[in-house]
Design a protein around this ligand. Sequence first.
Ligand SMILES: Nc1ncnc2c1ncn2[C@@H]1O[C@H](COP(=O)(O)OP(=O)(O)OP(=O)(O)O)[C@@H](O)[C@H]1O
Length: 258
Amino acid sequence: MIHLQNVSKTYPSNQGKSAPEFIAVQPSSLQVEQGQVYGIVGFSGAGKSTLLRLINLLEVPTTGSVHVDGQDLTMLSQEELRIARRSIGMIFQNFNLLSNKTALQNVEFALDVAGIDAASRKKRALECLDIVGLSDKAGHYPAQLSGGQKQRVAIARALANNPKVLLCDEPTSALDPHTTLSLLKFLKEINRKWKVTIVIVTHEINVVKYLCDEVAVMENGHIIETLDMRDPHVQPSSKLGRFLFDTADGFTKEADYE
Ligand SMILES: Nc1ncnc2c1ncn2[C@@H]1O[C@H](COP(=O)(O)OP(=O)(O)OP(=O)(O)O)[C@@H](O)[C@H]1O
């Protein structure tokens, strides 16, 4: 479903033109099968979000190709890319809801962008709010919703166009443990019920253990190893992988890693 081949991302230095560029993602390859939940873990600044955003070309790769559902997104025109992106939903740590729109209008927005007419838009948006269990909050503004509810609206918006892929950028980082668990259960259900392929960036190894079929461990812009989480005897071979996985309570403290 997703195949990144030798993708890299370099940013110009903010220290002036003569300073060296910054390589956020070193040439990396990654393959995600249809229906998988794929995790990307690592410490802050490792390049996880950048790698995720390369999948829907929110970041244009400096090198390499990005195949999603059989199409090389780097070869598409802007209009073709706009259409291809309907198959790729995304949710963010801070929800990214429009504060001046209600829950319903936020979901409708994604359908509006996709050119769906007003009547069908409302019907589908209500359906999506129902899927996330928020029909009764359709008229509420983001400020009137809890963090977990906001993330559910964001998920409803991401699902509105029936995506094949859902990209999740630290979706539980702003949530308390109880809300996190209920959201993870919900993401699992979306994956199982609607066969949506999920890629999730997280720094919480518990999220990986609960949700992921496979995980890529990132350090300094490199994917240093990938692990099959379906294997009950899976053993990380990298120092960072062992540190992340062996932390007793599953939550990692970067300050403890040397
Ligand atoms: N637009 C940009 N311009 C310049 N540098 C950037 C840009 N976006 C990201 N970076 C840099 O690239 C590196 C990787 O960032 P990225 O957000 O991908 O890391 P991350 O692993 O997701 O970290 P976090 O968990 O803190 O979000 C960081 O050092 C960051 O400062």
